[in-house]
Each structure stands twice: as structure tokens, then as C-alpha cells.
Design a protein around this ligand. Sequence first.
Ligand code: SF4
Length: 323
Amino acid sequence: MKKRIFSGMRPTGRLHIGNYLGALQNWVNMQDEFDCVYCVVDIHALTSLEDNSQLNRLTREMVMDIMAGGIDPQKSILFVQSHVPEVAELNTYLSMITPLSWLLRVPTFKEKVKLQPHNVNYGLVGYPVLMAADILLYKAEAVPVGQDQLPHLELTREIVRRFNTRFSPVFPEPEGRLTDFPIVQGLDGEKMSKQTGNLIELAITAQETTKKIMGAVTDPSRKFRSDPGNPDICNVYRLHGYFNSEEVNEIAGNCRNATIGCVDCKKRLAEKMNQELEPIRERRRELEQQPELVNQVLSEGAEKAGMIARKTMDEVRRVMGLA
Ligand code: SF4
């Protein structure tokens, strides 16, 4: 029996290389080793989304990127969170056993309050409970997390301990599967963000990708081609590490002794990145032409996820005295 893992992505639109390197590649690599349940968590998006008319489109864009990036619906369950409504029911029940004090101390809640002071809704504070419901509904035994996300998972584990002690041992305590999520900076050297447009989306064309890379910030102290550069502070160099690992050491040496200029260095990166991303773009284009296939994948994914969810909820209702 393979261990079951659960992981979700918020539908923020098209995936970019930060999502690709930080999450999607990891999802793809885990498909053979684990029983994977992958979800586009559209309900979570409601806590901060301003324009709901876009939600459906954003969700589908993300599903297509995930499939194009290598998630095989024959190997993994891929579905949309709201298509399995049992998650809302479990969220309600778990809310009843989760002390408010646990939720108020979560650092991301405080950050969100600062980010959207005009919209501090109930869903924001309850976000970690919905996250726990996502994981527990499918009885996931492991969740891929970065070091910084461990406190969130610990809250899920606390909820599990409380539930299992108070009612009956229904849920496994999910372990964190520590994953190295590289922090990929934007092309301007700042945090990647859709607002600033400093990112490279997976689905853009090779020409657009090259254009974006050619405009990337490099070592700011390198004013002339003959100046030695410092690859350690250059984001283009970091990207070489992900997309051009076989040449990365050579690039570092050539940068330090100024035998390569930034223009050539960026051209080389664009070439390598386009080589790797082209098959993904190709699959993405095919999927755009096949909306019925995407519908079918999502409907089958919801059916498979729903079967697990309904079984879990029968058990939950029974031990809680609701059935
Ligand atoms: Fe960065 Fe390459 Fe320029 Fe060095 S040569 S500063 S690694 S872009």
C-alpha cells in the first residue's frame, strides 16, 4: 500500500516558473511513490478574491497547467476542491473542536489581516481548519511542506489529536514530507508577484520568455562587459541552476572572470528554459483545444475523491453522534 499524500494549489491563474520549480515538479515526482490526491483549492480562494466572476476561469487555467506540467490523472487524483462538497461539512465539524485561540495565533492570519484590512472575513481566520479538512477528508498520511509551512501542518495534527481523543481514532496524523521548495525570485530580483509582472508564466511563448529573460536584473555592480560579475547575487545565475545545471559551474567561472557577458548569459538561459518548457507549452495548447477532456478529468477526479470523502464522512458522522 502506498502512502496517501494530499496537496493543493490556490487558483491564482496561470502557473509560473516559481510554482513549477517550487511545487509542480515535486507533485510530478511523487506520482509513482505515493497515492497522490491533488486539488485546486477554489474555496480557499474565496477568502481573498475580489472578482468572483474570474474564479472558474482561473481554476481551469490552473488545472490545464498542472496537467500540461506532467500530472497524470491515471496515476493521481486531480480535482477541484468545491466539486467534493463534503469538505465544507467536515470543515464545519472540525471548527467545533478547534479553539479560536489556536487560529488567532497563526502568523499567516495576522499577515492576511494586514494585507486586506477591509476584508477580514470569518473564512480568513478559519483558513487552517479548512486546510485540515482538505487533508483529513482524504485521510492523507503525508503532506509535502516547506520548512516554513510546518507550523500549519502542526495545527492540523493538533486538530487530529483532539478529534481522535474526543471521539474515536478516525484520522491519521499527517506527517510533513519536508521538501526543498526553492524560493524563486522575480526577474527584477524582488519577490515573484503577478501584480508586478516580474514572473514567467509556463504557458507564454518562447519569444515572450526570451524577452522577459533579456530584461532581467543581473549583478547591478557589473556596468561593462569587461567587469567581473558576481553570480551569487544574480537571479539569472540562480535560474541557470534550475534549467541549465550541466553548465552552471562554467557560467559562474565565466561570469567571475568576465569571459561571458550578461546578454550571452541570458540568451543561453532562455534557450535552456525554452527547451525544457516547450513540451509543457505544447501539451497546454492541446488541452486548450480539448475542453471536454479537461471536464472529463475533473469529473472523474471528483468522483474518485468523492468516494473517499463519503466514506470518511460516514465514519465522522457516526463517531460524532450525527448518524
Ligand atoms: Fe548574472 Fe550571467 Fe551576468 Fe554573471 S554573466 S551577472 S551570472 S547574467
